[in-house]
Design a protein around this ligand. Structure first.
Ligand code: NAD
Length: 292
């Protein structure tokens, strides 16, 4: 397939490299990051779209996505698919899909789960929103870049799924870290807490797969000095998107709001920036009852 790939950062570069390695003709553009080997570099975002059947964007956020979409849609060939894999707000995803349709294009929003490790290994999960015929065109690309793709519904449904998933993740990580800090003060061994909770009703991905306690459970960023992994500031970005969405549709998400406030404090006023999001555990360890 002839593919344009715009945004070759931490995630985009390995995703594009996997598409090229699978035999696709990939033309890439990024104003800063270099083009990975095996791809054709373009001088502009519009230049990366010429003749492409699918144009993939992997960008930092909604405002940049809207800007790039306005630039590339006129340069895309009629009937081509704009596949956006960035994590953005639902409104931006829907606005870009509407603009694509008005330009005679198809659009899919398909944010990913799995991080840089998943992007490199080609094991990402894609959650997609958009028309079924567009999903059918890009599904083979999901198979190259990932291990699983779910067609969640119409435009914006992929972003909605991502935001809801990561809101649960933020909340369960905080709860898991709180529980370890409480267990410490109760004199309960961390390994014993893991043994019980990981096979009981308190279990979650945060405890079982990504345990925030060093030396307990499977290997995780906690065993590597809380080097990300999934950085706390990226968790904060996703939690803020959840609250923006909740406000827009009048949904009551009190724990999502509390998790957002905690990660905001951690990243912006404490030592969370640049650390894995599971570094909430050492944060709670240092605190006492009612610290606020
Ligand atoms: P990144 O900052 O490393 O990459 C973004 C790239 O976009 C940069 O290289 C930047 O130069 C480029 N860019 C900015 N403006 C541009 C423009 N106008 N035209 C073309 N390129 C432009 O970010 P990332 O970690 O690769 O994340 C990309 C997206 O994936 C984000 O939306 C993020 O939330 C999401 N995501 C990231 C992870 C992760 O672990 N890093 C996991 C899941 C989802």
């Amino acid at each position: 397939m002839k593919i344009g790939f715009i945004g070759l950062g931490n995630m985009g570069a390995p995703m594009a490299a996997n598409l090229a390695a699978a035999g696709n003709a990939v033309t890439g553009f990024d104003p800063v990051a270099p083009c990975p080997a095996g791809m054709q570099p373009a001088a502009s975002a519009a230049g990366a779209c010429a003749g492409a059947e699918v144009v993939i964007t992997m960008l930092p956020g909604g405002a940049i996505l809207r800007q790039v979409a306005a630039e590339i849609h006129p340069a895309m060939r009629p009937g081509a698919v704009h596949l956006d894999c960035s994590t953005v707000d639902v409104d931006s995803a829907r606005a870009v899909a509407t603009a694509a349709t008005a330009s005679g294009l198809l659009a899919i929003d398909a944010p990913v789960s799995g991080g840089v490790g998943g992007a490199t290994a080609g094991t990402l999960t894609f959650m997609a929103g958009g028309p079924a015929r567009a999903f059918a065109i890009v599904a083979p690309l999901f198979d190259v870049m990932g291990r699983k793709s779910v067609h969640c519904g119409g435009s914006g449904a992929g972003q909605a799924a991502k935001i809801c998933n990561n809101m649960i993740l933020g909340i369960t990580m905080i709860g898991t870290c709180e529980a370890f800090a409480l267990a410490d003060k109760l004199g309960l061994d961390r390994q014993k807490l893991f043994d019980v909770v990981s096979t009981s009703s308190g279990s979650s991905w945060s405890m079982n797969t990504y345990c925030p306690a060093p030396g307990v459970g499977p290997q995780s960023p906690a065993d590597n000095g809380y080097k990300p992994g999934f950085a706390a500031e990226l968790m904060l970005k996703d939690l803020r998107l959840s609250q923006q969405a909740a406000a827009a549709v009048d949904a009551d998400t009190p724990l999502g709001a509390a998790a957002t406030a905690l990660y905001e404090t951690f990243v912006e006023h404490e030592d969370g920036r640049g650390r894995d999001f599971s570094a909430m555990l050492p944060r709670f360890e240092r605190r006492g009852y009612g610290s606020g």
